[in-house]
Design a protein around this ligand. Structure first.
Ligand code: NAD
Length: 524
């Protein structure tokens, strides 16, 4: 509930009044708090309220009350909220960046990219939302006699549960289409990274969202997150595969739907005809954006043997030039990991790889001199299947490089493992890039790019295959998943069943004939 002052180096924009105002929105009936840290220094940053499972029940009740009026508004009114929100996010961007950096420890350039996503999402649904949600004429049972329309009804109360790595972008961007579809939302961000998404909630209310339609709750995932899943009508979850399974099991038991955006172990393929400078240039953000804490980050780099050495020298040169620092300005290319837990996980993967014979080509160590959770961008070679970092998601600044004999081997290796989130292919031949992409078992492939091209293509669905998830965000699917399809069919002539004075045998004959005619008509 309070900002713990003074926190060394915290931007002046983050005031106790701001923090208190954001926390006021949280549905919480206890005096229990959890302390978050300012990641750059590791010092306690703010005490945030905690919700109980009963608070979640209350939040869902309040949201349900507000939802029917919200769903009854004209879509134009809902779009107007998104339009004003879009403007506000861009206008208040500096504060958004300060909040994101303080609680995640990422470099300002990565906070900048994160801050744009809700604006992009709002902009996309402002353009496409009305058309996607509008009633659609469907072929009636007997055209002319039955007139059928497909409507899209809101689910009711949607639960959005989001992780700490892109707290502002993921939480708010997934909330926007749920609201546009006429739902109310109960929103649970991660506790360490709650203030930037709570500011997003504040901006939505400032943009004119009616009171009660968006209810934030805070607390431990296994307690408060579980309570959200147990009470809402649909769950939009982003997080680890392990938690995703639990969410799916609980949602399944209640027969409510869920979408799951989960982990990845993403491959990049560099073919022998690739522009090596471009591939090396883009492999850097692919592997090290947000210190590798991006679900789409490249953790496996398969390079054609014919260009392996040339690619590697270009890549390592660029990795060596990265500026790592904990600063609230744009001078750093790489910032910090977000938590001690993440630092421990990354250190464990690299130590295990080293102990089992991997070669460290760059990095490979923590940098406590830069900040308590800083870890150097790390490139490993000679990684073998028995190493933790071979198949498990590291979720840190660690990429393994492998030479491959050609396209076939690259595809086979890229398709190994349980995940299927994202991949990239570098080639001088775009048609070849498309052919390789079609053979990869992942939800998204960027050709001659890391992941921005794919992720930023908002009109196309984004999500994972295999253990990387169920369902999609972005595009029509990212909006329609928050709706129930409802068929409304009007019989214009009382033909079925036939009126009582019509003998059934000739009616049956007529029907048989009609079905034949319809089949032929529909084939044409
Ligand atoms: P996590 O699964 O530990 O937590 C995610 C969210 O779920 C948090 O808000 C947490 O409090 C909550 N939670 C925890 N246990 C819960 C439970 N039993 N029931 C309901 N909610 C619960 O994940 P994380 O460590 O915060 O995030 C990192 C993971 O997220 C990585 O695996 C990363 O790849 C993945 N991720 C995926 C995407 C994507 O779009 N596919 C995007 C970002 C992150």
């Amino acid at each position: 509930m309070v900002l713990l002052h003074p926190v060394r180096g915290l931007p002046a924009s983050i005031t106790p009044e701001l923090v208190a105002g954001l926390c006021d929105r949280v549905v919480s009936s206890t005096s229990d708090t959890s302390t978050t840290i300012a990641v750059f220094t590791g010092e306690p940053y703010a005490d945030l309220p905690r919700s109980t499972p009963d608070d979640v029940v209350r939040a869902v009740e309040h949201a349900r009350k507000a939802q029917s009026a919200w769903a009854a508004t004209d879509i134009g009114e809902r779009l107007a909220v998104l339009r004003r929100f879009h403007r506000l996010v861009l206008r208040r961007q500096d504060l958004v960046l300060d909040l994101i950096q303080a609680e995640t420890g990422k470099a300002r350039r990565h906070a900048f990219e994160e801050s744009l996503e809700p604006a992009l999402t709002a902009g996309y649904y402002l353009r496409k939302g009305t058309r996607t949600l509008r009633p659609r004429r469907r072929e009636g049972m007997v055209p002319g006699f039955v007139r059928t329309v497909e409507l899209r009804q809101p689910k009711g109360v949607v639960g959005i549960i989001s992780p700490w790595n892109y707290p502002f972008a993921l939480g708010i961007s997934d909330t926007l289409p749920a609201l546009l579809a006429g739902n109310a939302v109960v929103f649970k961000p991660d506790t360490q990274t709650a203030l930037s998404p709570l500011y997003g909630v504040e901006l939505l209310y400032e943009a004119g969202l009616p009171e009660g339609v968006l209810q934030p709750v805070l607390g431990e995932g296994p307690v408060v997150g579980t309570a959200v899943v147990e009470n809402v009508d649909y769950v939009g979850f982003t997080g680890s595969t392990r938690t995703g399974r639990d969410v799916a099991r609980r949602a399944g038991a209640r027969l409510v739907g869920c979408s799951l955006e989960l982990g990845g172990k993403n491959p990049m393929i560099v073919l022998e005809d690739a522009d090596l400078d471009r591939a090396a240039e883009l492999a850097v953000p692919a592997a090290f954006a947000n210190s590798g804490q991006v679900c789409m980050c490249t953790e496996r780099l398969y390079v054609h043997a014919a260009v392996y050495e040339r690619f590697l020298s270009r890549f390592l040169e660029r990795v060596a030039a990265l500026r790592q620092a904990n600063r609230y300005d744009f001078a750093a290319d790489v910032g910090s990991l977000t938590s001690a837990r993440q630092l421990e996980a990354v250190s464990r993967h690299v130590a295990d790889a080293k102990a089992k014979g991997a070669t460290v080509l760059a990095g490979g160590r923590a940098r406590p001199d830069l900040g308590p959770f800083c870890y150097e961008p790390t490139v490993l070679a000679d990684v073998t299947e028995d190493m933790l970092c071979a198949a498990d998601e590291t979720f840190g600044p660690v990429v393994s490089v492998y030479p491959v004999s050609g396209e076939e081997e690259a595809i086979t290796l890229a398709n190994t493992g349980d995940y299927g989130l994202n991949a990239s292919v570098f080639t001088g031949d775009t048609a070849r890039g498309r052919r390789v992409a079609a053979r990869l078992r992942v939800g998204m492939v960027s050709v001659n790019d890391a992941f921005i091209a794919g992720y930023g293509s908002m009109d196309s669905p984004m999500g994972g295959m295999g253990q990387s998830g169920l369902g999609r965000r972005h595009g029509a699917e990212g909006l329609l998943k928050y709706t129930e399809a409802q068929t409304v069919a009007v019989q214009r002539l009382a033909l079925f069943p036939p009126p009582s004075w019509v003998p059934y045998r000739p009616f049956g004959k007529l029907m048989k004939g009609l079905i034949g005619v319809l089949r032929r008509a529909r084939v044409r």
